[in-house]
Design a protein around this ligand. Structure first.
Ligand code: SF4
Length: 285
């Protein structure tokens, strides 16, 4: 066990190093803006489950969370002014939810300021021009996800596609807090976040869930579950582990207690670039 109480995994060491370096004054706390675009805000809720470090610690020692619709106390025009103020500082931009300019972007309103409605798309364009790093948090921001699912009446796209530039994608519906925390720690340490061809941090998205699945030997031996609850590989009841690059079987969820397959339910591929149109039906009976 390391000093954070977890295993000596690379990303936990990274987070601890960021904390240590901030303490020593070698790395600086950085301003953070977390914008909620077209989505369910499930990523910020998931992030509140972070426990190593936990969110109070994250807020106290790692970042100054200057803007977050779900967590900040101020609201209305004062909140928007706070957002504008941060744009002139060194900050990381995190975005959850997909983006759209359809109907002049009014499917998602960021603020009403001096009588004018400011679409979230406009606010993100403003912030993206100045951010030190841009992180798409969750599958909607990373790949369009559920917000862009067929028939996509709102015309949603991913953050990277919307901005027309490379961003760091942390998919997952929602994104796992550990993956978000580890990526932010890398940025605080001024480390280059190594990403794959889909913009995902390689440290969390190098392999599929299938590669590290504890039921993998059943798959290799062609022993398949016929119904949910059977102990064998669940590919025939809809598991999407083979097409889903993620860290679920290694980093786990809910304070590293479990992940879907170990809870007897197939991986639905929520971190996959194909989710949800290309991964449903999620369960086959
Ligand atoms: Fe792969 Fe899913 Fe079978 Fe696990 S249960 S071995 S992830 S197909």
């Amino acid at each position: 066990m390391d000093e954070l109480g977890g295993n000596s995994l690379h990303e936990r060491r990274l987070i601890k190093r960021a904390i240590d370096e901030i303490y020593k004054g070698d790395a600086k706390k950085i301003n953070f803006i977390w914008i909620e675009a077209n989505g369910c805000t499930g990523n910020i809720i998931s992030f509140l489950n972070a426990d190593q470090p936990d969110v109070p610690y994250f807020l106290k020692e790692m970042v100054n969370l200057r803007f977050s619709p779900s967590l900040m106390q101020v609201e209305g025009e004062v909140a928007f002014e706070e957002f504008l103020e941060v744009l002139d500082t060194n900050f990381i931009l995190g975005v959850e939810g997909a983006l759209t300019n359809k109907e002049e972007g009014f499917y998602n309103i960021f603020a009403t300021y001096k009588g004018r409605r400011v679409p979230t798309a406009e606010a993100i364009n403003l912030a993206a021009k100045k951010a030190k790093a841009i992180i798409a948090i969750g599958t909607c921001a990373s790949f369009g996800g559920i917000s862009a699912a067929r028939p996509n009446p709102t015309g949603c796209t991913s953050l990277g596609e919307f901005l027309g530039r490379e961003v760091i994608n942390i998919p997952g519906c929602p994104a796992n807090p550990l993956w978000v925390m580890g990526t932010i720690a890398s940025i605080i340490l001024n480390k280059k976040v190594e990403i794959d061809e889909k913009g995902r941090p390689i440290m969390f998205f190098k392999e599929t869930n299938h590669t590290n699945c504890p039921r993998r030997s059943y798959f290799d031996n062609k022993l398949f579950a016929q119904k949910l609850g059977d102990k064998e590989c669940m590919i025939k009841v809809g598991c999407r582990g083979p097409i889903t690059k993620a860290y679920c079987p290694l980093g786990l969820w809910n304070s590293r207690i479990n992940w879907p397959v170990e809870a007897n339910t197939p991986c639905i591929g929520c971190a996959s670039e194909f989710f949800p149109d290309g991964t449903e039906p999620f369960v086959k009976y």
